[in-house]
Design a protein around this ligand. Structure first.
Ligand code: AMP
Length: 113
């Protein structure tokens, strides 16, 4: 997508701190971290939310999660981590390209559910 900031990061048009990349996704540092470790797992294919994804995109997302599970040590997530996916306006999604927040590096104080 032309004006999507994450598509531009994926294409290398906007700089990012990249921790991992394969054919289907990247993991970068969030520019405004909310925890000592705050990464974003971003599928390369552009879609906004899980209710907008098609079957092929859902399979890609499944493989992204599987890959993430194998990166625990490399990413320093051994003590646990929180995954957050903001979906749409009420969830305050600001970038309309599906992404997964990976938060870690401290004992989380609040649980929302
Ligand atoms: P969300 O509000 O769930 O859509 O999350 C978007 C996230 O993208 C926020 O945590 C931002 O800090 C992060 N973000 C926005 N622009 C960049 C960027 N250029 N590089 C890294 N993270 C970014």
């Amino acid at each position: 997508m032309e004006n999507c900031i994450f598509c531009k990061i994926i294409k290398g048009e906007i700089p990012s701190v990249k921790l991992y990349e394969n054919d289907e996704m990247i993991i970068i540092k969030d520019v405004a971290p909310q925890a000592p470790v705050h990464y974003l797992m971003i599928p390369k294919v552009h879609f906004k939310t899980i209710d907008e994804m098609n079957k092929e995109q859902s399979e890609i997302l499944g493989r992204c999660f599987y890959t993430l599970g194998g990166l625990k040590e490399k990413l320093g997530l051994e003590n646990g981590y929180r995954l957050i996916m903001n979906q749409g306006a009420d969830a305050c999604q600001t970038v309309p390209h599906l992404h997964v927040h990976i938060l870690a590096g401290k004992k989380m104080e609040e649980k929302m559910c």
